[in-house]
Design a protein. Structure first.
Ligand code: PMP
Length: 355
């Protein structure tokens, strides 16, 4: 647990301010009908974090942890290779803490992403396909760090603080918000990008309930976890990169659930159109995966997941186009009804500070 007390240290004061904008998101109990039966799936509204995604938790935890341990100095430049939410989180939090921020990313990323990161005051270092694309971005960021002692590399794919962020905040929040509903989770599912969410939440929930199922989720079109390497292409941005991250230990997890990217898109569209929940494609995938886990355990099983981000970065993608319905998809059989939003914790007047 990172304890940053009331202090005159301006850096710590900034951390305390940011802490109040991250985590403690509502848990949504989403009621729907599937094959003629009423069901409920629980999802953390992570799109309500400071920059609109779950990655704020990881970025905050890594920066606060490194500062506390003396590994990050106030004048250091934060350098990260990323194309998505991580870049936006490090840009916002890094700049708010007074650091220069440099983001290495493939040069074919959408203009919205580039503009968002730039608008937050970070420098974009584009990397072409010829220079190695995503792998090239990682190599350049490491070279940049090697050339200067004043560079901080968060290393989200291998940094244990990424897992800790979820073990100490997201996991306990899910447990305590389900308590308000007098429930305990039977399963947790989450799409794997770095694996921080599934490993951290999984570890915490398994400590509380040994029999819980913890399922990682991947796109059927590109099953990196099942094969160990990059296969095919998929449209669920933020998950299933080109390798199994160092912080992921598949032995700690239950079987992988595969979701079609078209089904994920249709589900995300349905959440926005029918419930006003404007979430990204991986959130649609997580909902479908949660339903698949529930189908295995029984219609009344308590299954939790996360809505990792909002739809704002996907407005120029297939999320805003007509998606064809294919045989085997689950989303067409789901009729969304309403949701309850649990903001409080049992025995707490308001939300509880969790960092
Ligand atoms: N969904 C989206 C949209 C993401 O950006 C990420 C992070 N890459 C994930 C899911 C997966 O989260 P994690 O990195 O914790 O596995």
């Amino acid at each position: 647990m990172i304890a940053i007390k009331e202090t005159s240290d301006p850096y710590a004061r900034r951390l305390i301010g940011l802490k109040g904008m991250i985590g403690n998101t509502p848990l949504l109990a989403i009621h729907f009908n599937f094959n003629g039966r009423e069901r409920v799936i629980h999802a953390k509204a992570e799109h309500m974090n400071m920059t609109g995604s779950i990655k704020d938790r990881m970025a905050y935890h890594i920066l606060a942890d490194a500062y506390r341990l003396g590994r990050l100095q106030p004048e250091d430049t934060i350098v990260e290779a990323t194309s998505g939410n991580t870049g936006i989180s490090f840009a916002a939090l890094g700049r708010a803490l007074g650091h220069p921020v440099e983001i290495f990313m493939p040069d074919w990323m959408s203009q919205e992403r580039v503009s968002l990161i730039r608008s937050l005051g970070a420098k974009i270092c584009p990397v072409s396909r010829e220079q190695g694309g995503f792998h090239g971005s990682i190599r350049f960021s490491e070279q940049r760090a090697g050339a200067s002692p004043h560079v901080f590399l968060p290393c989200q794919f291998s940094n244990c603080a990424n897992v800790e962020a979820h073990e100490e905040t997201t996991g306990p929040e899910i447990w305590r918000q389900l308590e308000v509903l007098s429930k305990e989770p039977d399963a947790f599912v989450a799409g794997v990008g770095t694996g921080g969410t599934i490993m951290g939440v999984g570890r915490y929930l398994r400590r509380r309930r040994k029999a819980i199922k913890i399922h990682p989720v991947e796109p059927s079109e590109s099953p990196t976890l099942s094969t160990g390497h990059k296969v095919g292409q998929h449209r669920i941005q933020g998950v299933s990169d080109e390798f199994i991250p160092a912080i992921v230990d598949l032995n700690e997890l239950d079987h992988v659930i595969a979701v079609n990217d078209g089904d994920a898109i249709l589900m995300a569209q349905k959440l926005a159109r029918d419930l006003g929940l404007a979430v990204g494609i991986s959130s649609g995938a997580n909902f479908i995966a949660a339903l698949m886990a529930q189908n295995e355990l029984g219609a009344d099983a308590v299954v939790a997941t996360v809505f990792a981000d909002s739809n704002k970065k996907y407005l120029s993608t297939d999320l805003l186009r007509d998606e064809p319905v294919r045989e085997g998809y689950l989303s067409p059989k789901i009729s969304l009804s309403h949701f309850e939003a649990v903001r409080k914790y049992k025995d707490c007047q308001a939300t509880c500070g969790s960092y």
